[in-house]
Design a protein around this ligand. Structure first.
Ligand code: HEC
Ligand code: HEC
Ligand code: HEC
Ligand code: HEC
Ligand code: HEC
Ligand code: HEC
Ligand code: HEC
Ligand code: HEC
Ligand code: HEC
Ligand code: HEC
Length: 335
């Protein structure tokens, strides 16, 4: 931070006057409206020097890395300038010290899970997000209003970084760690033996979730769980000659989508998994064997070895097509 000098303030004043900003600022004391960025790269650069005379590369935080973000591409007439987001910030520019010796804050202070070491209180989440939405309303953010994040006071800037060359939440390798800062229990799930391959960014949160809002449950990218899973596991979609109603309805009847200690991502171990819905078919709960599935029972002697219902792959010893079968003889999901 350079020392404030009389001439820098003068330059700021001249620039502001040149750009016709001063009258607007006088008209409205606490102006947090979005300042429309100028059209040309040259004008943009000029307007930004209002702030960059003080906030330069000597700053502890990487303020000027802003120019490595798509927002910093000056040639694009749609990109913002400092004051678009932070507000005109007249009082901050004037620099009159408050009684406690602090420069008044800019009109809009953002915060990303800010700690108390910050100089200024961040604006409310709504005020923070409003400016971003002024340019980024549609597409993925169609359902932001009323979404789980919006209504729980999560702001755009809780996830997105604007002054870093890399916006970690949009980096496939780094995204999960951003989500885990708040969703700690999910980190534990992904550490289980069987888990979606987050490593190397193979499958990441935003493959299944749209954090900006969704028409379906749990911020899923599609309307239902099954539709979400089918985006990658198309083979499970069918159509099947013999469907298994449990799988047609909801994959999470049997799978935990994040992780589990039972391979592959199962909520429980067969036969218990199956018996949570099937109440002991062919005497499967009395694990004595011999009575199962007629001639396909495996022929375990009564009172002898453990039942084929519980050993090996349990129910899957015979019912291999748990997701549905296309064999004409697959009514019982055997083949
Ligand atoms: C005359 C010097 C000066 C100018 C010009 C200036 N600032 Fe500041 N700004 C400061 C000082 C001093 C601080 C106190 C915190 C610090 O040390 O970074 C500050 C703090 C901030 C902070 C908050 C930092 C924090 O840690 O909470 C933001 C955001 C900010 N300025 C944005 C702007 C914007 C946007 C402009 C242009 C409209 C601008 N500033 C122009 C001197 C200036
Ligand atoms: C797209 C909106 C946007 C624009 C444009 C923008 N900023 Fe920021 N600024 C933010 C957000 C959001 C933060 C909070 C930290 C973060 O997300 O990286 C921030 C933080 C800051 C801080 C405080 C540092 C900190 O880490 O808290 C300063 C100082 C600052 N901006 C100055 C500027 C200056 C100078 C410019 C113009 C070169 C500018 N900003 C342009 C959104 C913006
Ligand atoms: C004045 C309009 C404007 C404002 C305000 C604005 N942005 Fe942007 N933003 C843009 C433009 C233009 C791009 C470049 C888009 C492109 O290349 O398609 C962009 C790019 C982005 C990208 C990267 C998209 C990509 O494809 O790389 C993110 C993330 C983003 N903005 C988030 C934000 C957030 C968060 C805020 C609020 C702190 C914000 N923006 C405020 C106009 C704006
Ligand atoms: C909970 C975290 C989170 C929040 C909150 C969030 N985003 Fe995002 N954003 C993401 C992730 C993750 C992606 C990458 C999505 C993808 O690639 O499908 C993304 C992508 C984007 C993009 C680039 C892709 C595109 O749509 O062009 C923009 C722009 C963007 N977000 C703007 C915003 C704005 C504006 C807000 C606030 C209204 C916001 N985001 C709130 C996590 C978040
Ligand atoms: C700043 C904290 C924060 C961050 C960062 C964050 N979330 Fe959230 N998330 C919340 C809060 C708060 C809720 C609403 C309360 C709840 O259900 O836990 C929520 C809700 C959700 C829900 C819906 C839960 C439900 O029961 O409907 C999903 C899914 C979700 N977040 C995914 C993500 C993903 C994916 C990311 C990273 C891209 C992310 N979140 C980043 C705070 C956060
Ligand atoms: C393979 C798809 C998939 C991936 C990848 C994924 N999720 Fe989920 N997530 C789901 C489904 C499906 C649900 C709904 C679970 C249910 O209803 O039982 C869910 C639910 C949630 C919930 C709501 C609470 C709960 O457990 O019901 C949160 C929070 C969440 N996910 C966060 C995350 C985060 C953070 C990541 C990345 C680290 C992530 N998810 C990755 C599919 C996925
Ligand atoms: C973005 C693509 C994608 C989506 C969406 C997706 N998966 Fe996966 N899934 C994968 C990949 C990649 C693997 C790992 C395959 C491998 O290692 O051979 C996998 C593996 C699995 C496995 C086997 C795990 C193991 O240990 O062998 C199960 C079960 C599974 N997914 C269920 C689901 C369910 C349920 C959903 C919906 C909630 C879902 N998947 C959504 C890509 C996806
Ligand atoms: C009735 C319980 C059940 C339901 C519902 C279910 N699965 Fe499975 N799934 C299993 C079992 C059991 C295995 C292990 C199969 C094996 O070891 O042969 C498995 C294995 C998998 C595998 C890894 C092996 C393979 O076949 O590719 C994937 C991927 C998978 N399931 C995806 C899904 C998807 C997607 C859905 C929703 C459409 C779904 N499952 C619904 C029980 C179920
Ligand atoms: C969430 C509940 C649920 C779970 C868990 C479940 N099923 Fe099913 N299953 C059903 C329903 C519902 C039907 C259709 C029943 C009907 O039509 O009478 C069905 C049908 C079947 C059928 C065909 C029977 C017929 O008459 O059409 C077989 C075989 C079967 N399940 C085996 C299994 C196996 C093996 C498992 C464990 C891997 C399992 N199921 C787990 C709910 C479940
Ligand atoms: C040794 C092979 C075998 C094993 C192991 C097996 N089944 Fe079956 N199952 C069959 C055969 C064969 C049928 C066809 C009807 C019959 O002959 O009883 C059948 C039919 C069914 C049916 C539909 C008819 C009914 O009785 O409701 C369900 C549901 C079922 N099995 C579920 C299960 C479950 C759950 C398990 C695990 C606890 C299991 N099966 C283990 C062979 C087996």
């Amino acid at each position: 931070m350079k020392q404030k000098t009389w001439w820098s303030v003068a330059v700021c004043g001249v620039l502001l006057a040149l750009l016709g900003l001063v009258p607007a600022a006088q008209a409205q004391e606490e102006d947090t409206t979005v300042v429309t960025p100028p059209a040309t790269a040259q004008e943009k650069m000029k307007q930004m020097t209002v702030c960059t005379t003080c906030h330069d590369e000597t700053e502890k935080k990487p303020i000027l890395a802003f120019f490595q973000h798509p927002h910093g591409s000056l040639g694009d007439p749609r990109t913002p300038v400092c004051q678009t987001c932070h507000g005109e910030s007249k009082k901050h520019l004037d620099g009159a010290q408050t009684p406690d010796g602090v420069r008044p804050p800019p009109d809009r202070v953002f915060g990303r899970t800010r700690t108390s070491t910050a100089q200024y209180e961040p604006a409310s989440p709504q005020v923070q997000s409003e400016v971003c939405l002024s340019c980024h309303k549609g597409s993925l953010r169609m359902r932001w209003p009323g979404s789980q994040h919006e209504s729980n006071d999560v702001a755009c800037t809780n996830c997105h970084l604007n002054h870093n060359p890399v916006d970690s939440v949009r980096d496939r390798l780094e995204q999960p760690s951003v989500c885990f800062t708040c969703h700690k229990e999910k980190r534990a799930e992904f550490n289980k033996i069987s888990h979606m391959p987050l490593e190397n960014g193979k499958v990441i949160c935003s493959d299944c979730h749209n954090p900006h809002g969704s028409p379906g449950p749990k911020l899923l990218v599609k309307n239902t769980v099954t539709e979400t899973c089918f985006t990658c596991h198309a083979d499970k979609r069918g159509p099947f000659l013999w469907e298994h109603q449990a799988a047609t309805e909801d994959c999470t009847n049997c799978h935990n989508p994040h992780g589990s200690n039972i391979t592959p991502l199962l909520k429980d171990r067969p036969p218990f998994l199956c018996e949570s819905c099937h109440n002991g078919p062919h005497n499967s709960v009395t694990a004595t064997g011999s009575s199962a599935g007629g001639i396909q029972s495996g022929g375990v002697a009564a009172g002898g070895n453990p039942s084929v219902m519980v050993t090996g792959r349990a129910c899957l010893n015979c019912h291999v097509m748990v997701h549905g079968s296309n064999s004409p003889a697959g009514a019982f999901l055997h083949r």
